[in-house]
Design a binder for this molecule. Structure first.
Ligand code: ADP
Ligand code: ASP
Ligand code: MG
Length: 412
C-alpha cells in the first residue's frame, strides 16, 4: 500500500468550487493506486477572521480559548472535502485532530506535534476507505484540550503525517507554483526554483517566507520526507513545483539563494537600564515567560553604568511585552526610564548556503540598501543568513534591490 499526503492551503479550498477542483486532484491520485491523506487548511481569510474575533473579545486572551476558536476553520473544510469526494464515489472520511489523534504539547497557539498514532487511519484504509481528509493546524494536548500549531501550521500537519505514515511524498498545494527566490507577489523578477536545500528553506521560512511553515521544513529534514511545493491551480506533471531536498542533490546554486521578509516586526527599546551582570536575564526571562518571541537584540554602549537595550518581536506581541516588562519594573527586578515601541519596522534577510564559503555578501547587501537611501536599524547574521531591520515603508524596495544586486533572476 502506498500512501500519499496532499495538503491544500487556504486559497486552494477558498470556495466550494475550489474544494471541488482540489477533490479532482485527489481523485486522480487515488486512480493511480494511492491511499491518500489530505490535509486541509481553513478557507482563506477564515483563520484571520477568527483571530480578529478573539482579539476583539479579549486582547490578552487565554490561549486555550484562542485555540478552541481558531482551530474551527479547518473542521469545516475537512468535512466539505470528504462530502465532495463521496459525491465522486470515492470512499472518504474526515478527521479532526483529536480523532486521529494528533498528540501535541500543551503550548497553546504554538503547540508541537509529539506523536501521530497511525492505527485508526490505517484500519480504515484496510476497510476500504481511500481518502482520509484531516483538518490541519490542530491537535490535542495531554490535558485533552484542542491545540493549534501556530499560523501556517497545516504545512506541519502535512509533513508530520507524511513522516508518521511513511508516505511516498508530501505534496503542498498552494497558490504559487513553487518556492521562488523571493515572494513573487512583491518582486516581479522572482524566479521559481526547481530545487531548494532544506537548510535554505528552513532559514527562508523562519525569516518570513510563509510558503512553508518553519517547523514543517524541520520535520521534513529530520524524517527525510520527500517534500514538494506546487500550484493547485495549474496542470501538474511529476516534475512540477519545487522539491525541497538535501544540499547534495543540487548541482549548482547561487551564493544567495533567496530574499525573505517579515512585515510585522516591532522594535522595542528600553531606555536607560542599569548595566549590571544579570540584566539581560532579568529582561528576557519575563519576556520569554510571557510568550514573547524575541528575535534581534542589541545592547548599546553604556554610559555611567546605564545603557539602552533594543530588541525586536512581532507587532502583535508588543502588548504582552510591555505588560511583562512593566510588571518586572514594578517588582523591582529591572529599572528603566522609558520603554519605546516602534511598530513600523520590517525585517529583510538574504539566505544562502554559499555564504559559508564566500566573503563580502554583507558588504554587498549594505551597499545595495544604502544606494536606495534605506537606513539599517539593526543587523544580525548567522552562517547562512544576514538580516536587517528597516522602516517598513522601504521593505518592498529593499527586497527588490537585494534581488537585483545578487542577480537572483538568473540561475547559477
Ligand atoms: P497556503 O494558504 O497555501 O498555505 P500561504 O499564503 O501560506 O499559502 O503561502 C503561499 C504564499 O507564500 C504565496 O502566495 C507567496 O505570496 C508567499 N511567499 C513568500 N515567500 C515566497 C517564496 N520565496 N516563494 C513562494 N512563495 C512565497
Ligand atoms: N488556517 C491556519 C492559518 O491560516 C493554518 C494554515 O492555513 O496552515 O494559519
Ligand atoms: Mg500557509
Amino acid at each position: 500500500m502506498s500512501i500519499l499526503v496532499m495538503k491544500f492551503g487556504g486559497t486552494s479550498v477558498a470556495t466550494l468550487d475550489r474544494i471541488h477542483r482540489a477533490s479532482k486532484r485527489v481523485a486522480a491520485e487515488v486512480a493511480k493506486g494511492h491511499d491518500v491523506i489530505v490535509i486541509v487548511s481553513a478557507m482563506s481569510g477564515k483563520t484571520n477572521e477568527l483571530v480578529g474575533w478573539v482579539n476583539e473579545s479579549s486582547p490578552l486572551f487565554d490561549a486555550r480559548e484562542y485555540d478552541a476558536v481558531v482551530s474551527s476553520g479547518e473542521n469545516v473544510t475537512a468535512g466539505l472535502m470528504a462530502l465532495r469526494l463521496q459525491e465522486m464515489d470515492i470512499p472518504a472520511r474526515s478527521w479532526q485532530g483529536w480523532q486521529v489523534p494528533v498528540k501535541t504539547t500543551s503550548a497553546h497557539s504554538s503547540a508541537r506535534i509529539e506523536e501521530i498514532p497511525s492505527e485508526n487511519i490505517l484500519r480504515k484504509f484496510g476497510e476500504g476507505m481511500k481518502v482520509a481528509v484531516v483538518a490541519g493546524f490542530q491537535g490535542i494536548s495531554p490535558e485533552g484540550r484542542i491545540t493549534t500549531l501556530g499560523r501556517g501550521g497545516s504545512d506541519t500537519t502535512a509533513v508530520a503525517f507524511a513522516a508518521a505514515f511513511k508516505a511516498v511524498r508530501c505534496d503542498i498545494y498552494t497558490d504559487v507554483d513553487g518556492v521562488y527566490t523571493t515572494d513573487p507577489r512583491i518582486c516581479d523578477k522572482a524566479r521559481k526554483l526547481d530545487r531548494i536545500a532544506f537548510e535554505e528553506m528552513l532559514e527562508l521560512a523562519s525569516l518570513g517566507a510563509k510558503v512553508l511553515q518553519t517547523r514543517s521544513v524541520e520535520l521534513a529534514m529530520r524524517y527525510k520526507v520527500k517534500l514538494r511545493v506546487l500550484s493547485s491551480f495549474e496542470e501538474q506533471s511529476d516534475e512540477a513545483g519545487t522539491l525541497v531536498c538535501d544540499e547534495e542533490d543540487i548541482m549548482e546554486s547561487n551564493v544567495v539563494a533567496g530574499v525573505a521578509y517579515s512585515r510585522d516586526e516591532a522594535k522595542m527599546t528600553l531606555i536607560s537600564v542599569a548595566d549590571r551582570p544579570g540584566i539581560a536575564a532579568a529582561i528576557f526571562g519575563p519576556l520569554s515567560e510571557a510568550g514573547v518571541n524575541v528575535d534581534m537584540i542589541v545592547q548599546n554602549i553604556s554610559e555611567e553604568g546605564r545603557t539602552d537595550m533594543t530588541f525586536s518581536c512581532p507587532t502583535d506581541q508588543v502588548l504582552r511585552a510591555e505588560k511583562a516588562l512593566n510588571e518586572a519594573k514594578e517588582r523591582g527586578d529591572i529599572n528603566f526610564h522609558d520603554l519605546v515601541a516602534d511598530k513600523g519596522v520590517a525585517k529583510v534577510s538574504v539566505v544562502g548556503i554559499g555564504m559559508r564559503s564566500h566573503a563580502g555578501v554583507a558588504a554587498q547587501m549594505f551597499r545595495a540598501l544604502s544606494k536606495e537611501g534605506i537606513n539599517i536599524k539593526v543587523i544580525t547574521t548567522s552562517e547562512i543568513k544576514i538580516s536587517v531591520l528597516i522602516d517598513r515603508k522601504y521593505m518592498e524596495l529593499a527586497v527588490q534591490a537585494l534581488h537585483d544586486t545578487f542577480d537572483l533572476d538568473k540561475a547559477a
